[in-house]
Design a protein around this ligand. Sequence first.
Ligand SMILES: Nc1ncnc2c1ncn2[C@@H]1O[C@H](COP(=O)(O)OP(=O)(O)OP(=O)(O)O)[C@@H](O)[C@H]1O
Ligand SMILES: [Mg+2]
Length: 302
Amino acid sequence: MIVFATSDKGGTGRTVTSCNIAYRLSLKGLRVAYLDFDFGSPTAGAILEIGEVERGIANNQGLHSYLLGEATSAARLDVRAATDRPEMRKSRAQVGDFVLFPGDRGGAELKVADADVVNRCVQLLLEVEHKFDVCIVDLSAGRSMAMELVLRATAQPQLLACTVRWLVFYRWTRQHILAAHGLVHGQYGWLTSGMEVGHDEDRLLDNIRYVRTSVPDPTSSNGGSGAQTVWLLEQERQLKRLSSTKIGAEVLGETPVEPMLQWREQVVLDIDVRNEVASDSIVEAFARLANQLIDRRAWARI
Ligand SMILES: Nc1ncnc2c1ncn2[C@@H]1O[C@H](COP(=O)(O)OP(=O)(O)OP(=O)(O)O)[C@@H](O)[C@H]1O
Ligand SMILES: [Mg+2]
């Protein structure tokens, strides 16, 4: 399965949530690949706490260089062997491989998605699809050449038999709901751009789900003022109304606001919950999202 992690806006929690989902999937024994296609700002290495690729990999060994034909293959790192976080290295025997394909250090947004680049992308996706159970591709925010590239690649006949999912991340605010809807349905959004390069609209739509991140609890996030709680609850009602018209039932899941992640981008480990530095609700949310992602019922036609 190939999963594209997308968002219209930046800073939605796309990378942190995707890294945590990838980690949870590997704990379930699945072989997971994480491809950092956020070429201009590769941050997965930092979140997985791999110091040597904190801002991407050096010497043109990353995905950007591979796609442009400047490297014959894309570098890959075993996350559990390479991470600087000892608790992440220790793991139960039955965990699956967890491999990061880093972006290039000092990389830049992709400027071309011509036939050669598309072909290299197809070859890479075919390889990872074959070797891994789940392959998560973190795309840069908004409409980009990376988006164009993966739409073209996934429309190629070689990839048509693969299960391909698209996740749209957004925060629980009015602007984010409208932006997430626009990324899929708007002019130059996934659907129109996808159809232009040969995708079937219904099939594409069936494989798109939304993920709400960092959702606040209106009853606990203020200093206890009654008027403020009433106001926050009204905002929540309005957001739910907007979400039901713009996004509908296609929400795969959500994450609550987690103080640990407000302060530091990282993978939340079970030991963080045991040590009471992270809430169990965030780990439960990541585990639930990981389960939903691989549960066919969550992808039944709506
Ligand atoms: N559930 C959460 N609770 C609190 N903070 C969160 C949560 N999820 C993510 N964050 C924080 O939000 C910020 C943005 O997250 P992240 O970098 O994953 O977003 P992004 O969409 O990948 O951004 P970019 O577009 O810049 O790549 C980070 O500081 C992250 O730790
Ligand atoms: Mg990111």
